[in-house]
Design a protein around this ligand. Structure first.
Ligand code: 4AD
Ligand code: MG
Length: 463
């Protein structure tokens, strides 16, 4: 038996007159009574391989059943192609039909379906060129992330998905419970008695692995997490998901500047990796989705990110010749329109903003001596806005405790986090990169629902 080869490999081979076996899904079939051309794709590459079928040597019904979307196995000779657009093709000797695809009802018959239509057919959209490219790039980025950190001596730490705390203190959590919602156990005051729940306490899906990541960093030195995170924020925007993947490095002995250096080096590495390893898919997306994609990727790799403080950014925004939908003022959080103005119009390159007012940032950030700001850093990208959020962490037990009590965060949930500040505390920093926001940037796609296989958003958990 001849071993199956993937199309990605076949297209690089020089024909030596031997038979090959290829398996995949039919993209198109054309031809006439005597000769049939099938464009076959197996997902290994954006490129199809052409199968040439001499009709007289094949069963007529079999050929009729080979339609767009059907799955076949082909044995035949790899030959130099006579036609244009490919260097090699397969002269079919035998064809086996694994799965028919009803021509009347197969949803992906024509080209040029809208992204909305494809989202409703997320179970099949992998079979389009666009989504094939996006999900191959997504894979490559996941691989490159592990490679980057492994090469630097960081350890991959698996932080829990079910937690009893709210890492960001924003209260946007999905509860996890096995209690019978129709018959909840109650305490005397009427509140739910979680003592009877599976874990004996209130639990939720994690919004971030950071707090546990810090525990790892304060022993292993440099760690990163890469896992799913969940936010029950009711934001129906092209940049928010209820379930998204986040990469969170956490480093002992890094200050905010080391943290910024790492973030910049990291994303540039990832872009370079994509340019070097995903050339076919990027070229396709550049021609079909976003004509400036490659130029933008190269630009970001080749230019330093701007680094300014939040206060400087507020000055720029206040003086901008612009009417804002959301007001600008010191102490207010920046909205996407503000972030994108700084990046796309004012500086025309990625920007790292630091030293935000402490009131709009999480409790764990290191307080500056001015008593007003914290050592936060957000990395803002063209077309995306915030792609990374991070900070130097508050390592002082007293200051951290002070902030926790000011914000009325339940101490009983965080005793373990505070203990690291009691026993051998150390300066440390970290950040979180939103994986899907990275993939948006890498692919030129404009809706975050189209860079994760099965998006979870408010009122949508299909598939
Ligand atoms: O800024 P965030 O909320 O920061 C944290 O969670 C920190 N614990 C990270 C850390 O310091 N270790 O989220 C980090 C990043 C954002 O910059 C954004 O890219 C992404 O996660 N993100 C989302 N992506 C998709 N959908 C959402 N709802 C997101 N919320 C945040
Ligand atoms: Mg943030």
């Amino acid at each position: 038996m001849i071993e199956r080869k993937k199309i990605r490999e076949l297209l690089t081979l020089q024909p030596v007159g031997e038979d090959v076996v290829v398996k995949g899904w039919v993209r198109t079939k054309r031809g006439n009574k005597s000769i049939v051309f099938i464009a076959l794709n197996d997902g290994s590459t954006i490129n199809n391989i052409q199968i040439v079928v001499q009709a007289e040597s094949f069963d007529e019904d079999l050929l009729k059943d080979i339609t767009t979307g059907s799955c076949i196995s082909v044995t035949g000779k790899l030959v130099n192609s006579q036609g244009q657009g490919q260097s090699v093709e397969i002269d079919a000797r035998s064809v086996e039909l694994y799965g028919k695809s009803d021509a009347e009802t197969y949803p992906l018959q024509k080209k040029g379906h809208s992204m909305e239509f494809l989202r409703e057919h997320a179970h099949l959209r992998f079979r389009t060129n666009t989504f094939g490219a996006v999900f191959r790039i997504r894979h490559s980025m996941a691989f490159a992330i592990h490679k980057y950190f492994n090469d630097k001596g960081f350890f991959y730490l698996h932080t829990p998905i079910i937690t009893g705390s709210d890492a960001e203190g924003a209260g946007e959590m999905f509860h996890v419970t096995t209690l019978d919602l129709k018959n909840l156990p109650r305490k005397e005051d009427g509140s739910v008695n979680y003592a009877d729940d599976f874990f004996g306490k209130e639990t939720n899906l994690t919004v971030s692995g950071q707090l546990e990541g810090e525990l790892g960093a304060l022993a292993l030195g440099e760690i990163y997490t890469f896992g799913p995170t969940f936010r029950a924020e009711n934001s129906n925007t092209p940049r928010h998901l209820a379930e998204f993947w986040m990469i969170e490095p956490e480093m002992a002995f890094y200050d905010i500047n080391d943290n910024m250096d790492l973030a910049e080096d990291f994303v540039k590495y990832l872009i370079r990796y994509a340019l070097d390893n995903c050339a076919d898919d990027l070229a396709f997306l550049n021609s079909m989705i976003d004509k400036n994609l490659l130029e933008r990727l190269r630009f970001v790799v080749n230019n330093d990110f701007v680094r300014i403080t939040y206060t400087e950014a507020i000055d720029i925004l206040t003086n901008a010749p612009r009417a804002w939908e959301y007001p600008v003022g010191w102490g207010r959080d920046l909205q996407a329109e503000h972030e994108r103005y700084l990046v796309e119009e004012h500086f025309k390159r990625p920007v790292i903003l630091t030293d935000y007012p402490r009131e709009i940032k999480a409790f764990y950030m290191k307080q500056n001596d001015d008593g007003k700001t914290v050592k936060a850093m957000d990395v803002l990208f063209p077309g995306i806005g915030e792609i990374i959020g991070g900070s130097q962490r508050e390592e002082s037990y007293e200051k951290l405790l002070g902030r926790i009590s000011e914000l009325n965060i339940p101490m009983k949930d965080l005793w373990w986090y505070l203990e690291t500040r009691k026993f051998g505390t150390a300066p440390h920093s970290g950040f979180g990169l939103g994986f899907e926001r990275l993939i948006l940037f890498m692919t030129g796609m404009t809706n975050i629902r189209d860079v994760i296989p099965f998006p979870r958003t408010p009122r949508n958990a299909e598939f």
